[in-house]
Write a protein that binds this ligand. Sequence first.
Ligand SMILES: Nc1ncnc2c1ncn2[C@@H]1O[C@H](COP(=O)(O)OP(=O)(O)OP(=O)(O)O)[C@@H](O)[C@H]1O
Length: 265
Amino acid sequence: MSAAALHVRGLTAGYGPVTALRDVSLDVPEGACVAVLGGNGAGKSTLLRALSRTLAFHGGAATAGTVTFAGRPLHGLPPDRVVVAGLCHVPEGRQVFARMTVEDNLRAGALTAARGGRAAAVRRVHELFPVLAERAGQRAGLLSGGEQQMLAVARALMASPRLLLLDEPSLGLAPLMAARIADTVREINAQGTSVLLVEQNAALALRLASHAYVLEVGEVAIEGPAGELAASDEVRRRYLGVVDEQAAADAPAAAVPHLARWEDA
Ligand SMILES: Nc1ncnc2c1ncn2[C@@H]1O[C@H](COP(=O)(O)OP(=O)(O)OP(=O)(O)O)[C@@H](O)[C@H]1O
């Protein structure tokens, strides 16, 4: 078992009577980028919330299963201890503090860091996202959507995570900006931070990840090396928008999957 690997076994979670995840098992080896794909409501965000122990903020709870990171159990820890253990979660929807400056948003991500560590973390995120250095004194709410997404990722990096949990970083961004965010995720991963990437943009995710899981109605339906999934007829048809011409002739509506829109990002 590698030092900072994540192992999830039999995770079941939901919101009151709604079971959103059922018996999910997955692994993120140390240093890897692993993708979780799936359509709307498949349970992707619930998975990340369960890992960061923030499900309760959404009225949910994990009801079964184990989560270990670097050999330590995470289930049962409060969210702040999960951050200290090395996991940082960037939720869907670029949740920056709109009225605070870019610089103060970054500081808020490093409250637990020592002063020297904080300065080094600021330097690192400014190198990754030069625009955040240029806009340091500007209110975060005035940044573009893509810049706010960069700030949300940068704020999580301020805690120097060993594993970054990213929820739909390309959502709502123009293809060019989505591609820039993808480049940065690749760079963050190349610098040694493991990444668990939740994406509806299957084409983008399969280019970044080495391994991927597809969730359907809360369960792992398909998993494998990203290259194999990208080549699989089922994944290509259902998640990559590759139209089977015969199927299109037989059933045109069913042959145009809803996940095709970001294919070019
Ligand atoms: N706060 C909540 N309260 C009740 N049910 C919820 C809540 N959040 C999500 N759900 C339900 O849990 C299931 C999984 O939702 P989840 O948001 O995890 O899916 P998702 O794959 O991230 O989808 P999307 O891509 O649309 O964000 C869905 O049936 C959803 O309606």
